[in-house]
Every structure is written in C-alpha cells, then in structure tokens.
Design a protein around this ligand. Structure first.
Ligand code: AKB
Length: 325
C-alpha cells in the first residue's frame, strides 16, 4: 500500500468561493507561495478580487470527474480539499441534489485521487450524529444514525473515505466541523448559520430574528481555528493517526442566548427575538450539545485558540470595518 506524501504543495480547492473555501484558498497561498493553489469553482460562483488575482483558478464541478482529472493533471495536484456541499437545511429541501454533490462528487474525487496519488480532505460535521448519539461530550467513536440527508451523506463520506484509505491507500483525512463563524463569506443553508447572522444584525443595528430556540446547544468554531484544523490534519504525521475519517474537533458550545449575551457585552443595545424554524430546530435538536475532541488533541495536536468572548470581539471589529459601521 502506498501512502502519498502529505506535504502539500499543489492543492486543488473544490468549492473555493464558499464560506470555508474562500479563506482556506488564501491561507494555503500564503503558506505555499511556491505551489499551485488552485481555486476550483462552478460557473455562477466565480472567484473575485484577491481570490482571483492571487493564484490559478479552474472550473471544477465536483460531479464532473473529467474536469477534476484535468485540473489535477494540469497543476500536478498532490492534495484535494473537497468543500462542495449543500448544507443541512438546504439538503432537506433538495435531498437528491445533496446526494449527487456529496456522494457522486466524493467518489469522483476519490477515483481521481487514487489514479493520481493525491491526498483528500472532505469535511464531516456535527451533522454526522443523530438523536441516538450521546449529546453530552459526544465521543469520537459512537453511534452515528443521523436523521437528515446532510447527516446521511456525512456518515457515508466518512465511511467511503476510510474505505479508499484501507483498500487503495488514498491518504484521506478529515475533521467533523462544528458550526463555523466567519466575517469574510456568508454560509448558506446551514442550521448553524444563525450564529453568523446574529453578528451581522448586531453590527448593522438591526433586530435579529433567531430561527433556533433558546437553550439549544451546538458546537461552534471561529474560522481561523477551523482553517488551522483543515491544514494541520493534512500535514499531521500519518504514523500518529489512529483515526482518519473523521476527527471530532471542538472549541466552544453555545445556545442562542449565550452568543447574544456575548454580543451585548460589546453592543449593549443589540436586539433579538425568536421565530423558530421547525426544520432547522429538528436538525439542531438531533445534533450533539458538545463533542469530545480528545483524540484530535492526542493524535495530531489539535488546540483551538478562540472562545466565545475572544471570537465575538474579533468578529465585531472586522464586521464594523467590512460594513462601514
Ligand atoms: C450546517 O449547519 O449545516 C453546517 C454544519 C454544522 O455542518 N454549518
């Protein structure tokens, strides 16, 4: 079995203009100025500004295996970040499309990776857990019986990625992302999106209408920590990895009233009311309150930097600049 070199140099980011991709592409370009860090996108979601100008880009639709293979061959890609996905709430509206992107897309990537010797990162999520999972300190290895289409595809992603590692030696690795909070690119169609939108509303001076009920705990993470995880897992010493697909990673767990209270420390007249969305609430109720990430800490040194207060301070500072407030 050949395990390819995990030192990244030439990287293809599929979904480079999305919430994670737009920042991860720039981070990798700063870390590897000598390499080809290729921003893969689909028509309608073209890279713009610095993302377009700072490196190569290519049309790569995850459901088109030929496009993936062409970009991998042309840029001598050694690592693929597969960030194309429909998030949880959107996947409930379009389950077949979610299956197509998440599963047919993944197998296209894994086949190209097998032929070209690439390492592959495909994120999993807190969405890979379900109602029968222990919700407190959710262990690394536990029951995964999700009830959303998003969750079904995330569990299948973990299994298929491990299968390609064990059967073909494809160097697949991944983390289970919590809800991600960032000020650069908005998420879309996720259950945890409220935790980004609440900051935008507070900085704009608007009342926030929260779609998630008070008391609903979910794991969340600030984007700089998430990007660090995505890079560090791919650069980790493979001999230390007992797990691969996929590692629990955690930094903070909060309910809507907790993030609102953290924002109010900085913007005292911030306003919020609840108008619960039953689809998002059912998904949120099925997810962990908080994950145990001790395996990630032990196997590759995972260590988050931000907590709720330090994230809130940084988010609000950056959003004030971005929104001119
Ligand atoms: C979602 O809410 O769907 C995502 C996730 C937690 O995977 N942000």
């Amino acid at each position: 079995m050949v395990i390819c070199n995990t030192r990244m140099k030439n990287v293809l980011i599929i979904g480079s203009t999305g919430q994670i991709g737009s920042e991860l592409t720039m981070k990798l370009r700063h870390l590897h100025p000598e390499g080809n860090i290729v921003a893969g996108y689909i028509p309608g979601f073209e890279p713009k500004g610095e993302l377009l100008e700072s490196g190569p880009s290519a049309v790569v639709n995850v459901v088109d295996a030929v496009q993936i293979a062409e970009a991998v061959g042309r840029y001598k890609i050694d690592t693929i970040y597969n960030l194309a996905a429909l998030l949880s709430a959107t996947a409930e509206k379009f389950p077949l499309k979610a299956w197509d992107i998440q599963m047919n897309g993944l197998i296209n990537i894994l086949e190209v990776a097998r032929e070209h010797g690439c390492a592959v990162f495909t994120p999993s999520s807190i969405g890979s857990f379900g109602p029968s999972t222990p919700h407190k300190d959710t262990p690394q290895d536990t029951i995964q019986r999700p009830t959303s289409m998003y969750g079904v595809t995330k569990v299948a992603t973990e299994l298929l990625s491990d299968y390609y590692f064990h059967k073909y030696g494809v160097d697949t690795r991944s983390v289970r992302f919590p809800g991600l909070i960032s000020y650069t690119t908005l998420p879309g169609g996720g259950t945890t999106d409220y935790a980004v939108e609440i900051y935008y509303a507070a900085v704009k001076g608007e009342e926030f209408v929260c779609p998630i009920a008070a008391g609903t705990l979910m794991d969340m993470m600030y984007m700089p920590d998430a990007l660090k995880a995505a890079v560090d897992i791919m650069e980790a010493d493979p001999s230390k990895l007992i797990h691969r697909n996929s590692f629990n990673i955690a930094s903070m767990s909060f309910a809507p009233e907790d993030v609102f209270a953290a924002i109010k420390k900085i913007i005292p007249d911030a306003k919020m009311r609840y108008e619960v969305d039953p689809v998002r609430q059912a998904i949120a109720d099925s997810w962990p309150d908080n994950m145990d990430d001790s395996c990630a800490r032990a196997e590759w040194g995972w260590m988050p930097h931000y907590d709720l207060d330090s994230m809130s301070k940084d988010m609000i500072e950056h959003l004030r600049i971005k929104l001119g407030k």
